[in-house]
Each structure stands twice: as C-alpha cells, then as structure tokens.
Design a protein around this ligand. Sequence first.
Ligand code: V47
Length: 419
Amino acid sequence: MTARDLALAPIAEKVARNERLTRDDGLALFNSWDLLTIGGLADEANRARNGDRVSFAANQHINPTNVCVLRNTCVFCSFARMPQEDGNYTRSLDEVFAEADAAHDNPTREFHIVGGLHPKLRLSYYLDMFRGLKQRHPDVHIKALTAVEVAHLARLERMPVREVLAAMREAGVTSLPGGGAEVFSPAARATIADKKLSGDEWLAVHREAHRLGIPSNCTMLYGHVETMADRVDHLLALRALQDETGGFLCYIPLAYHPDHNELGEALGRSGTATTGCDDLKNIAVGRLLLDNIPHVKTHWPMVTPFISQVALGFGCDDLEGTVVFERVYHEAGAATPMWLSYDQIIELVRGAGKEPVERDSLYQTVRTFEDWVPGRASARPAGPAGPSFKIEHRRAAAARGQGRGRALPVLSSVVAELE
Ligand code: V47
C-alpha cells in the first residue's frame, strides 16, 4: 500500500513484510495526519489474521456498586460515588441475581461485571455472586473484576493477589476485563488517577491471572492528558507482557468522556469527547503495534455505533456486544444507546461488508448468521426497570463545594478553588 504521508512509507513496508513495529514507528503513526493510510495498514494486518470475520458477545454489563474509595482521586471517572454521596448504590446479591435474570429470555453468553472499590464489600460477596450466577446461568461466562478491583480485594483480605484470582476462578470466573489500565505513564497517572495501582501493578495482576490460566483483556484510556509517547509506551508494555504470557485475548481502546467529572471540568472539555479521527487512529495503531494480541475491539457505547462500524475497516475484528445497561460511560456523557439488539449488531457488521460471528468470552464461535432472518431475534430489554437503574448524573465536586484529596499538577487551579 502506498502511504500518502511519506513518513509512513517504511512502516507500510514493514506491515507488508509482517515485521514488528518499533517505538519510533508507533510515534510516527500517532503523529501522522494520514488516517486513511494508517487505517488501510491496520485493515491489512487485521485481514491477514481474522479475514472478514467480526465477532461480538451477547453480553450483559452488571455494576454491583458505584461506591469507590478512589472517588476523589480518579478525576476522569463520573461513575464513582463516596459512600454517603447522592446517587450511591450497592446491590444485594438478590438484586444482582434479579438483574441477571433478564438473561433468561435472552441469549446472554457473558456477564461483564465491574464496579467501584467499596471499602466494606469483602471477597465473599463477590464469590457468592459468581457462584450464584453460575448456578442460575450455567452456560453464561463470567468476565469479572478489573485488576484494580482484584488488588483492592487482596489488600482488604490481606491475601496474595494470586489467591484472590484462584478463588474467583474456582467460583466461576472465566476471564478478567481490561479496565483500570488507564494509561501507564506515571506522570499522566499522577494527574488523572493518583491513588490507583500503578501501571506495573496492573500488569502484575494480569501476569498472575495469565499464569493461573485466566485470560484477560487489556485497555488504554486515551484523549485526556496523555502524550503520544505515553500512548506508544503503554501499548509496548502490553505487547511485552503478551510476549511473556500470551494471556491477552483482546485490546480495547477506551475514549475518555469528559462530562460530570473533575478532569473534564478542569480541562474545560465538558461536552467535547474525543474526535472520530482520534478514535479510528487509536483502533488502527493498536492493531498495528499489538501484533501478538489476537483481537481488537471497538466499544460502541463510547465511540458510537457509527464510528464502530467504520472501525471495522480500520483494523478491528471485534465489536462490543448487546450490553443491556451501561453506566460508566453514560454517567460521563456518552449519548449512545444503552443497548443494541442482535439485529442491530448483525446489520452494523454486515453494513461494513463483514461477516458477523457470535462468540463467547474465550472467542470460541457460538454461531454464525448465514441463515439469519432479521426481526426474529429476541428483543433485548432496555435495562431493568426501577429508579435505581436510571442514570442520575453526578454533580462535579466543584459544584458541590467538596474538596478532593491533594493538588495535582494539571488540576492545581481547580483544586485551589475546592480547598
Ligand atoms: O478502567 C471510566 C473507563 C473502565 C471513564 O474488558 C472511562 O471487555 C471513558 O473495564 N470516560 C472500566 N472511560 C470499564 C472496563 C471495560 C470497558 C469495556 C470493555 C471491557 C472489556 C472493559 O472504564 C475504566 C476506565 O478506563 N472509564 N470513566 C470516562 N469518563
């Protein structure tokens, strides 16, 4: 393929030779204006690996609690609440089971379970949840708890991370989601997620999981204060761990949403999420640098189903699934639908000229759709009914007049105002 930006010509040759890209190549890609060349190269790399297949899981997101001890220091997050803050919630196990029961009349294959770092919820709460879900829905895979939640439970229980992971696996967890990675750069992390576990600690939890035979996903949160070098270094750290363990199934770039959180306010970004070009570039560069991770997923609740459809031609072979009810990004201003039906997902994939494949959490094929008749799919619910399932946006700390922990470089003016 001929690059229009001449800086990309050597990279195009490497992609054609299936040669590993370097840090400088990553920087050249992120710094280039030539989106179509970058997308074309990523499409080439993806087709060589996955052909025209695009997979999705019929999944259901469940967020057991939004109470989080990092509420005041993860300034990019709009989901978390203090224990006494308006809008805080913690589900009983019966409530979680009732929410999951929406799966009975629907073809759910995966529960995606992530939430806040609750100061009091113990490991036994989560293990009972996993066992109860497995008992009620034996065929549904459980993808649960980010590395951050696992490390939090290990601290709370004074147990090694390895033992927490082994207990989760025993209770029915199939894989770990990729959240909590944010961006590994210590400088960016100090600004956006000061008290969260470090990049090395995040990688250590995934390394432990992989050693135990628990595969996982990985993510990068982009579009906030990170530099292009931060992005490349983050991707190279993921690639290095994958060389070591082979345990990552999928990479998902996560587009920062700036509404109802302190970072968006401090940056003056409320209402302005990432651009379509940057969303597509992050997908494509992820595909090109992560030559050892089998799948790249586009997360339509964040970047819109429209951008996700285009992303399928920019190196992506996996699409976020049916979801049912999404809180993390909708709290932060995402204006996308809460869920997509089977029909909508199949149409979206076919509209991109690709072949839809339903998969399970381990990327095994569940079904293909040659004989699919639109309209016959069981409709997905619009989320469980009831007031606690509505999104009630958090008021940012400044508006509430409550202070955050300590001053961070980029946010110092906002913090001064708060203190
Ligand atoms: O770690 C939080 C992100 C993640 C915002 O493995 C935000 O399949 C954008 O784990 N703007 C949690 N992003 C979600 C997660 C996940 C998501 C999708 C797929 C998978 C998977 C896992 O959500 C957090 C953080 O990076 N997040 N706040 C925000 N304002």
